[in-house]
Design a protein around this ligand. Structure first.
Ligand SMILES: Cc1cc2nc3c(=O)[nH]c(=O)nc-3n(C[C@H](O)[C@H](O)[C@H](O)COP(=O)(O)O)c2cc1C
Ligand code: SF4
Ligand code: SF4
Length: 256
């Protein structure tokens, strides 16, 4: 049996959650499909019915990030059993999990379990700071055990899951948090190489293309000179507006 992680994780929180889950299964090797690489031809990946896929995405404004959705649609799951993970920054994940479920079905995966999990908010880092933490780890390892028991029970895997969320999904707006580089920029080009949306032109590294940028915050997280930033007043205003919704600790959930 082969495990494949199919992951969109611009700043690493989603990847950390998926790693905790799959480490609980004790497999030697884990294949990876990185949904953040604009150069990959996603139609070339192969899956088999006796593999397990873990599809993990962050929630962006309560939805699956648009690039992750487009790239997932190119995969052919060939009825491979799959576990869905939606990671969010302690506000809410709204329609993310149900949309991810629909995308996985459309790509021919067989969804057998789903998880919502909390990780540090990648824009407002004060919310869910340093999560997943030890308590999350214990919870996710317990989920891993329960899912593993289900994988071997073929009849149970045929029962459809009941997931939270609405259809039609909530509407998404354009992004207003577009990073820019300041005078500390050394023109190393790392941000352009790593941008999942190809929104940074190598010949004009200081700005990001607002039509392509999905505000994923990877260029800020990976800039070695701490030169890339979004408008701090806008972030502070958003953090203030969301304080009530984001402050109380939310727990991870398993749908099985
Ligand atoms: C553009 C954007 C939108 C987000 N929207 C939400 C949201 O609606 N609810 C929430 O709880 N967290 C939200 N977050 C926080 C992320 O879901 C969370 O930090 C996640 O761990 C980021 O995943 P990553 O570290 O793999 O990039 C958002 C983050 C970004 C960058
Ligand atoms: S990663 Fe940072 S220093 Fe390098 S080009 Fe981008 S903004 Fe400039
Ligand atoms: S330019 Fe936009 S899409 Fe590209 S890495 Fe930065 S925030 Fe993400």
């Amino acid at each position: 049996m082969r495990i494949t992680q199919i992951i969109f994780s611009p700043t690493g929180g989603t990847q950390r959650v998926a790693d905790i889950l799959t480490s609980g299964w004790n497999f030697d090797a884990i294949d990876k499909v990185d949904l953040s690489n604009p150069k990959t031809d996603y139609s070339l990946f192969n899956f088999e019915e006796d593999d397990i896929a873990v599809i993990a995405v962050p929630s962006f404004a309560g939805r699956v990030p648009v690039l992750a959705a487009e790239r997932l649609a190119k995969l052919d799951g060939r009825k491979t059993p799959c576990v869905l993970i939606c990671v969010y920054g302690n506000r809410a994940y709204e329609d993310t999990l149900i949309e991810l479920h629909d995308l996985a079905n459309q790509s021919n995966f067989k969804v057998i379990a789903a998880i919502s999990a909390v990780a540090e908010h990648s824009i407002m880092h004060q919310y869910a700071a340093a999560r997943p933490d030890r308590q999350d780890k214990r919870q996710l390892q317990d989920f891993a055990k329960k899912i593993y028991e289900k994988i071997t029970d073929t009849a149970a895997c045929d029962i459809p899951l009941n997931l939270p969320g609405n259809r039609p999904y909530k509407k998404t707006g354009g992004s207003s948090l577009i990073p820019k580089a300041d005078a500390k920029c050394t023109h190393c080009g790392i941000c352009a190489d790593r941008c999942p949306a190809e929104a940074i032109d190598r010949n004009n590294l200081k700005v990001s293309d607002s039509k392509k940028c999905i505000s994923c915050m990877r260029c800020i997280a990976e800039c070695p000179s701490s030169a890339r930033k979004v408008n701090s007043a806008m972030v502070a205003a958003a953090a203030f507006a969301m304080k009530k919704a984001c402050s109380e600790r939310k727990e991870n959930e398993l749908f099985i």
